[in-house]
Design a binder for this molecule. Structure first.
Ligand code: AMP
Ligand code: ZN
Length: 464
């Protein structure tokens, strides 16, 4: 498997730390609102990565957090807590908001056939873990207390800018706004590990700590949850490209300061879904959710199909026109598969050729559009029988997860029985020279999208 590693800025051979076992961490949603379909593009890419690794023979153990505290409206330490914004907007408690939008998130991901990670953990459930890490960082001089908050001192981190490739001067110019907000920081890019000087009068989620009653910063959540469930050595960490700085940069700084060695070998980031005016967000333009697409009559899987047609490292611009095109291609694909008939014939040896091409496509930095091309080619191939095609569809769908064989069994047995019965009735009618009835049956079959052909070996049919 070859994958683009943001850490080294190149496509690299993927080698896990421990044989075939892969430890994978993905940043979860901030549950203050519905996920937009941009957020979900990132979860689709991560799902494809996990399933591709499993398909190639690895065993993936995947952990994801749910951010229900600490994520401020800027990704740094400024602005309001997003969860509080959600609670105020809906006149509910933060806990009610978190519970509601966590359920909504998993309902959306289910509709997109995104597998739930092996472990999902709420940020608010792991406070002891953050305190343990922060204590050590304070002890070892990586962290300091100022203005009642605890900050990480980025000047102590080894190669702080290695993931983002940014340089300090450029950041300091961009950081002027922060300087006024957090006067106590030694460096404007030092980030909060623990807030006690709450900026919010009615902060509901707060806990006792050695540094005073307060709540954790956003970045420490992911380090804490990853270290707790996956240990000191991580193979892959994923997120959208906006997570590279500051979130993942800060995760690396604090985790490596804590464990005392390199923490994660592969950092894999998905590009954004944009709308015509730029990056999709929850606050501007039409708020595109899975439910909205459903209300407009789209199948959520058409959106998944649309994402798979492009490469995860390319920006994708959303428009209803492109979704229409994707939906019609997806429906054509599904009806083509529906027309395949199980005959219990042996699987053709040529299936290996397609399996290898499919594996090559996904191993090549997750080239999902090539993987789809392999599927289309196999379906068009007249040299292989329908059983082989169905077998390949089933295998490929373990990664693509487009429900390509959905309803296939029911349709198979019921529909095929019905078609065979009608063909028999028609042949009997022909024998009795009742051509009127024979034509009537042919038309009935046509209405079911079944085209029949009389051959010397008997009557064959195709479902269009
Ligand atoms: P959030 O719920 O804001 O923490 O974001 C959840 C995930 O969505 C993160 O991994 C982000 O990097 C990702 N994300 C945010 N905006 C977009 C977008 N427009 N396109 C793709 N991914 C995004
Ligand atoms: Zn994270």
């Amino acid at each position: 498997m070859k994958i683009y590693n943001t850490l080294n800025k190149k496509v690299e051979e993927f080698i896990p730390n421990n044989g075939n076992e892969v430890k994978m961490y993905t940043c979860g949603p901030t549950v203050y609102h519905y996920a937009h379909i941009g957020n979900l593009r990132t979860y689709i890419f991560e799902d494809i990565l996990e399933k591709s690794l499993n398909f190639l023979g690895y065993h993936v153990n995947r952990v994801m957090n749910i951010t229900d505290v600490g994520h401020l409206s800027s990704d740094a330490d400024t602005g309001e807590d997003k969860m509080l914004m959600g609670a105020k907007r809906e006149h509910k408690t933060v806990y009610e908001i978190a519970d509601f939008y966590t359920k909504a998130f998993f309902s959306d991901t289910e509709k997109l056939n995104i597998k739930k990670p092996d472990t999902v953990s709420k940020a608010s459930d792991n406070i002891d873990e953050y305190i343990k890490i922060i204590n050590k960082l304070l002890e070892d001089g990586y962290a300091y207390k100022a203005g009642n908050n605890v900050y990480f001192d980025i000047s102590k981190a080894k190669d702080y800018y290695k993931l983002s490739g940014k340089n300090e001067e450029e950041l300091i110019i961009g950081a002027r706004d922060d300087v006024t907000e957090d006067m106590e920081k030694r460096n404007p890019y030092d980030f909060a590990l623990w807030f006690t000087k709450s900026k919010f009068d009615n902060q509901e989620m707060k806990w006792d700590s050695p540094y005073g009653v307060g709540y954790p910063g956003w970045h420490i959540e992911c380090s804490g949850i990853s270290l707790k469930y996956l240990g000191e050595y991580l193979d892959i960490h994923c997120g959208g490209v906006d997570n590279i700085f500051p979130h993942h940069t800060n995760e690396i700084a604090q985790s490596e300061a804590y464990v005392g060695h390199k923490w994660c070998n592969y950092w894999v980031h998905g590009e954004h879904l944009n709308d015509k005016s730029g990056k999709m967000s929850k606050s501007k333009g039409e708020f595109l959710t899975v439910s909205l697409l459903e209300e407009k009559g789209y199948n959520p899987l058409s959106y998944r199909f649309m994402c798979l047609q492009s490469h995860y490292r390319n920006q994708l611009v959303f428009s209803y026109d492109s979704l229409d095109t994707a939906e019609s291609a997806y429906n054509k694909l599904k009806s083509k598969i529906k027309s395949l008939v199980k005959n219990n014939e042996p699987i053709d040896s040529k299936s290996e050729y397609y399996m290898n091409n499919f594996k090559e496509a996904i191993s090549n930095d997750l080239n999902t559009s090539n993987a789809l091309t392999v599927l289309f080619e196999a379906l068009k191939d007249n040299d292989i029988n329908d059983d082989t095609k169905l077998y390949l569809v089933g295998e490929f769908d373990k990664v693509l997860s487009l429900s390509l064989l959905e309803d296939k069994k029911e349709v198979d047995s019921e529909l095929i029985d019905k078609i065979n019965k009608l063909i028999e009735d028609r042949n009997n009618a022909k024998k009795d020279k009742n051509y009127e009835l024979a034509d009537k049956i042919r038309n009935e079959l046509l209405e079911m999208n079944v085209v029949i052909k009389d051959t010397r070996e008997g009557t064959t049919f195709e479902i269009k």
